[in-house]
Design a binder for this molecule. Structure first.
Ligand code: ADP
Ligand code: MG
Length: 910
């Protein structure tokens, strides 16, 4: 700076430098985050310092006029001026390629060097120097942001661009940055900051967009509105445009649309009137209204004793800020314009506003007494912006081309002069008296109502207390009267009662006197009566005593006789028991004797029978009489014996005898079974025995007893009973075959087997029982007994086989049986053939008959031939001692084709 001191242009730059140094206290350079208004506003003392600091409150020649803010405390501030250099465009790059730029910027020193000629430059200092490389963002932050912030705080603010056409005024202010957001100009960024800071619920943002051309003010929002008048408030000097459209902004998008619309209208209007936008001024006015809360108010505690009432009565404070952005017409000189085809008048008119602005600024910069503010509409509109109460920023745009050096120089000079203009910032606060009045009305109403309510309550209370008091008095009176009455009644009652008592006492005394007299008279009579009653009682008592005495003696006698009677009963009972015992004993004895008698008679019977027989060894066994039924020739009982048994039968009784079969004593059982067997030998007894259950008992004995004598005798009895057809069925149905065969299998005495074989042999003779008998193993049982070899047994076996063969033959003849003999099936044939020549004639005879019966049927022939029976038959037919059997055998042989064929085959001549 010192080295270039001689190059400073006289006056202006020095002034400007001087101005910079002399106003250091308040004259701060524009910067991003600096807002001088904020601390000042919020700090009362600073504000008052500002007011009394001696700094110029408002210059006498200010656009706003001397008296505007006289009474108001304001903050002084200079118009801020920044210079922006447009980069070389394509044309300039070519045309000016060999020439240096007409300016040289020193942004670090906020200085600009303007080349005068090749060897001389002038140096100027600005609030901000923005090179061709400065971004839109930075330009906004240093030029416009502090103004926007002060608008949000309730001040008016102006941002305007001044410069030659084509140097970038519109670029700086109006770029929308649609393609590249980095290109957004001041207007768009300012609205973004405003919308971010306000609250649309309580605050409002509205916009007017206008064009000023040839002193005509047109509404760019509504182009039909083309002659808008400017109105000044005579008191506040505020400028307003009542005819301009005021568009409420809710968001950035609607704002951008509004700008586009305005631009389109501007373009259309200019085409219509054949004008250029560079000749017109574009003005954007943004009105910001903000409600300020009570606590924010600097006035709230001015008196120190603010009451709640006062607080509530305080009207809402509204802060109004207005931002004016002006894209000025091109600053190129008028003659140039005129040479482009405008009439001189037109050219004058076009630039009237701009030159008026220049004049006003000059006047303000020089503190001139007269500022020609009314010379143009622009100066009237911007009266607050220069030398007024607004914060103002001016950006001057210049091009680099040396060809436009003159225009650039004049632009720089305009900026330099503007830097000298000082403004007085004034807060635009307004009380909302209307709403305060409304509020007061409401409060008054409420107070009246409250008062009325209290009045009413008070009256009610008085009424209530009066009533209460009255009630209490009457209550007390009533109580007193009641108490008096009660007391009176009480005394009256007491008085009456004592009178009554006295009267009663007197009466009682009277009565007692008369009673005493009566009593003495009646006493003698009473005594006599009592005596009489006493005598009567005494005599009655005597009679009763006598009666009691006689009854007592009777009882004693009865007791004696009762004792003797009971001893008699005891004696009789004892006697009865003795008798019963004796009877029992006798009965036992009788039973024993009877049994003994039975036994004796049985033994005697047996002895007698033995003596009657041919002699010992021919037919051994004591129960021959049983078999004699099957062989009538063997024996018969004499009439005498029959009688004795019949007598016994009658004497003892069949039931008794049968019951003895189950006696505990084994001997008794044996005797009993013997007696039953003897009885069963008599045909006349058989039915009775069976009916009385004797047969069942005998069969049961075979199973239950282990004594062989019992087995033998019982089997004998069963054999006797088995001669009757009905009994045979009963024996079979009670499992007789298995009991009999089991008895035979366990027998040691051949006579036992003989009895069993006899019984089965009898069963074999029953036509109906053939299959059942064989099915239960009857034939096998018979054949099983032959191993004992005793001729008596063999004879009974042979008889059984003969009986069976006979029945079978009969059944075959009658057609009731088919197939070969069951005897052959059960393997009897070999034994039959073996014993066909047995020495014992009874055996031989039975076998001969059996063979004849078997041979009568062709089905048996083959087996008989194979078993050797053919030969036996032949010998029977030839040698049998009995003629009938011989003939039978012969007939049989000759009538069988099988036998005949075999005989022929064996070449036996028959
Ligand atoms: P003015 O409004 O002053 O007449 P414009 O803003 O219309 O000038 O700018 C003229 C031309 O220069 C436009 O094409 C614009 O894009 C360009 N321009 C202006 N300033 C700059 C800049 N700082 N950087 C790049 N181009 C610019
Ligand atoms: Mg422009």
């Amino acid at each position: 700076m010192a080295s270039g001191g001689g190059n400073y242009r006289s006056g202006t730059h020095k002034n400007s430098l001087k101005g910079t140094t002399t106003t250091t206290a308040t004259d701060r350079p524009l910067s991003v985050n600096t807002n001088p208004s904020k601390p000042t506003l919020k700090n009362k003392s600073l504000s008052s310092v500002g007011a009394s600091s001696g700094l110029r409150k408002s210059s006498p020649g200010s656009l706003g006029g001397g008296g505007t803010a006289k009474d108001d405390a304001g903050v002084p501030g200079r118009v801020r001026v920044a210079v922006r250099l447009r980069p070389r465009n394509a044309e300039e790059s070519v045309a000016d390629a060999d020439f240096a730029d007409c300016v040289e910027l020193q942004p670090e020193f906020k200085r600009l060097k303007l080349r005068k000629n090749n060897w001389d430059t002038d140096m100027y200092e600005f609030d901000e120097v923005l090179t061709e490389f400065a971004s839109q963002k930075r330009v906004y932050e240093v030029v416009a942001k502090p103004v926007v912030e002060s608008v949000l705080d309730g001040y008016n603010g102006t941002v305007m661009a001044y410069g030659q056409t084509g140097t970038g005024k519109t670029y700086t202010l109006g770029r929308l940055g649609e393609e590249d957001t980095a290109d957004r100009g001041i207007i768009v960024r300012a609205m973004e900051d405003i919308l971010a800071d306000v609250s649309l619920e309580t605050d409002s943002v509205s916009v007017s967009y206008l064009q000023l051309y040839m002193e005509s003010l047109q509404d760019l929002i509504d182009p039909t509105n083309d002659n808008i008048s400017i109105v000044e408030d005579p008191r506040s000097r505020d400028v307003s445009l009542p005819g301009a459209t005021l568009f409420e902004i809710r968001d950035q998008q609607s704002f951008l649309e509004l700008l586009r619309l305005g631009e389109a209208h501007r373009y259309a209007a200019n085409t219509r009137s054949n004008t250029e936008s560079s000749r017109s001024h574009a003005l954007l006015m943004v009105h910001v209204k903000r409600s300020v809360k009570g606590s924010d108010l600097a006035h709230s505690s001015q008196n120190g004793n603010t009451t709640n009432m006062a607080k509530s009565l305080r009207p809402t404070l509204v802060r109004k800020g207005k931002l004016v952005v002006v894209d000025l017409a091109g600053s190129e000189r008028i003659d140039k314009s005129g040479s482009e085809g405008h009439t001189l008048e037109e050219a004058k008119s076009i630039n009237l506003s701009l030159s008026a602005l220049g004049k006003c600024i000059n006047a303000l910069a020089e503190n001139s007494a007269h500022v020609p503010i009314r010379d143009s509409k622009l100066t009237r509109l911007l009266r607050d912006s220069f030398g007024g109460t607004a914060r103002t920023s001016l950006v001057i745009t210049i091009g680099p081309s040396p060809r436009h050096r003159g225009e650039t120089a004049s632009t720089i000079m305009f900026g330099q002069r503007a830097m000298k203009v000082e403004n007085m910032l004034k807060l635009k606060e307004e009380f909302d008296y209307k709403s305060l009045a409304r509020k007061l009305d409401i409060q008054l109403d409420q107070l009246i109502m409250e008062h009325e309510r209290k009045q009413k309550a008070l009256e009610d209370e008085i009424e209530r207390i009066t009533t209460d008091a009255r009630n209490q008095i009457s209550e007390a009176e009533r109580n007193y009267a009641n108490a008096m009455e009660k007391e009176r009644l009480k005394y009256q009652k007491e008085y009456m009662e004592s009178i009554k008592k006295l009267e009663e006492k007197w009466m009682m005394n009277q009565q007692k006197n008369s009673e005493r007299k009566d009593q003495i008279a009646s006493s003698a009579e009473e005594v006599a009566e009592l005596k009489r009653l006493l005598n009567k009682e005494i005599s009655l008592r005597k009679i009763a005593e006598e009666e009691v005495h006689s009854l007592k003696s009777q009882i004693a006698q009865l007791k004696i006789s009762e004792v003797s009677a009971s001893s008699e009963v005891l004696k009789l009972r004892k006697m009865l028991e003795d008798e019963a015992y004796r009877k029992e004993k006798l009965e036992g004895e009788i039973s024993t004797l009877q049994t003994q008698l039975l036994q004796l008679s049985f033994e005697a019977d047996e002895t007698r029978r033995r003596l009657d027989l041919d002699g010992p060894g021919i037919v051994p066994g004591s129960l021959e009489s049983l078999i004699s039924q099957a062989r009538p020739q063997v024996n018969d009982l004499g009439n005498g014996e029959k009688d004795s048994i019949a007598n016994l039968f009658e004497q003892v009784g069949l039931q008794k005898i049968l019951s003895l079969l189950e006696a505990e004593d084994a001997d008794v059982r044996i005797h009993a079974v013997k007696v039953v067997a003897n009885l069963a030998a008599e045909e006349s007894n058989q039915q009775k025995i069976v009916e009385a259950g004797g047969l069942t008992s005998l069969l049961a004995l075979l199973g239950s007893s282990e004594d062989e004598t019992i087995h033998r005798v019982a089997a004998g009895a069963i054999a006797n009973l088995a001669m009757n057809e009905t009994n045979q069925e009963l024996i079979m149905s009670e499992g007789g075959i298995s009991l009999l065969s089991m008895t035979a299998a366990n027998a040691e005495d051949p006579q036992t087997c003989r009895m069993v074989a006899g019984a089965i042999a009898n069963l074999c003779g029953n036509d109906k029982l053939q299959n059942k008998l064989r099915g239960e193993g009857g034939i096998k049982a018979l054949l099983g007994m032959v191993k004992c070899g005793h001729p008596d047994v063999l004879a009974q076996v042979a008889r059984g086989i003969a009986n069976f063969a006979k029945c079978e033959s009969r059944a075959s003849t009658q057609g009731n049986k088919t197939g070969r003999s069951l005897l052959i099936e059960d393997g009897a044939l070999p034994w039959i053939v073996q014993n066909a020549n047995n020495d014992a004639s009874p055996i031989r005879r039975h076998i001969e008959l059996a063979l004849c019966h078997l041979a009568q049927h062709e089905v048996n022939a083959k087996d008989m031939i194979t078993g050797g029976a053919l030969w036996e038959l032949v010998s029977i037919s030839r040698d049998c001692s009995r003629e009938d059997i011989r003939n039978l055998a012969h007939r049989t042989l000759t009538s069988s084709p099988t036998f005949l064929a075999e005989l022929r085959r064996l070449r036996i001549d028959y």
